[in-house]
Design a protein around this ligand. Structure first.
Ligand code: CUA
Length: 335
């Protein structure tokens, strides 16, 4: 029954959305990622040169001093001791290389960390959970999950500053085309900023092993034009609209234990352990990016979350078909 959902796992592509889904650090699309790519290229260039020199010398030696007919097999090669020149060279050259790499890395890290926020800065708090991302907009009072809407840096004056926290174990925020990795550590704030120019979806994932479903802890950064972002934020701020047709479904939802873990703003559902479900249907994906968000996958997910995501903390509630219909009808009314 879940086969179509399984087929979608990790291959979620939302129709009509421009996605940057390749985890490619060599095609940076935001300033921190671009700065960090330059260090990567320098490091690759230096280490490639070392590889070519060392590999070349080894090949040369193997070829030049290969065994030939008539060699005296008991004669040792000349033994060289205490050459100051050779020892100085193999001490100083690696030291210089290491200091160049440290210096360049330190400079770029400092430049990225100390960059002053531009005029228009959005603040977002991202909290890692096993195995999903809580996303909070303190300036808007909006709480969502797994999909981080931000304004694109179209005017060159817009950036998003992320405060990274964890509710349980160490996770790592990584959207390769936007910036390097940054850990989310319990009882600590870490910071990261991103400023993609182009609107679109930037796909990332948790980059620190955090338990069985680490691999299914995907991230979507959705960069929008400022007008679209403002509209999104304004819509998210609104209290959840009551849909008269879904009133019965809502009562069913509120009577089940869903509400001890999930919140829907303005209802009796106020749980904080799982994702906030307010305006759920405005999200593109479900279960931390592993399936497209629609009625069918919602039903499969609620019926048994342990099938697509074994070990996750949402149990199968063993709902009857009728209860399942009502819960899904209510969730689908959360526009
Ligand atoms: Cu969270 Cu790996």
């Amino acid at each position: 029954m879940l086969n179509p959902v399984i087929a979608l796992l990790l291959q979620v592509q939302v129709p009509g959305v421009a996605e940057h889904r390749v985890t490619d650090i060599f095609t940076p699309l935001a300033s921190p990622a671009a700065a960090e790519k330059n260090i990567a290229m320098l490091t690759i260039a230096i280490t490639t040169a070392i590889f070519v020199v060392v590999g070349g010398l080894i090949l040369f030696t193997i070829f030049r001093f290969r065994r030939r007919p008539g060699d005296d097999l008991h004669q040792e090669p000349p033994q060289v001791y205490g050459s100051n020149q050779i020892e100085a060279a193999w001490t100083i050259i690696p030291l210089l290389i290491v200091f160049i790499l440290i210096g360049v890395s330190a400079r770029v890290i400092a430049a990225v960390q100390n960059a002053s926020p531009p005029k228009s800065t959005l603040h977002v708090t991202v909290i890692g959970h096993q195995w999903w991302w809580e996303v909070y907009y303190p300036d808007y009072g909006v709480r969502t999950a797994n999909e981080i809407h931000i304004p694109a840096n179209i005017d060159g004056q817009t950036a998003t500053y992320l405060t990274l926290q964890s509710a349980d174990v160490i996770h790592s925020f990584w959207v390769p085309q936007l910036s390097g990795k940054m850990d989310l550590i319990p009882n600590r704030n870490n910071y990261l900023w991103i400023d993609p120019k182009d609107p679109g979806v930037y796909v990332g994932n948790c980059a620190e092993y955090c338990g069985t479903q680490h691999a299914k802890m995907l991230l979507r950064v959705i960069a929008q034009t400022p007008a679209d972002f403002n509209k999104w934020a304004a819509d998210q701020r609104k209290p959840q609209e009551e849909n008269a047709q879904a009133a019965g479904a809502k009562a069913a939802f509120e009577s089940l234990s869903c509400i001890s873990c999930h919140a829907v703003r303005g209802t009796s559902a106020a749980g904080r352990f799982g994702p906030d479900l307010t305006h759920l249907m405005t999200r593109q994906t479900l279960a931390a990016g592993i399936m497209v968000n629609n009625g069918r996958s919602l039903r499969d997910w609620v019926n048994d979350p342990q099938y697509p995501k074994p070990g996750c903390f949402m149990p199968s509630m063993k709902l009857t078909n009728q209860e399942l219909d009502q819960v899904v009808a209510y969730l689908q009314s959360l526009n």
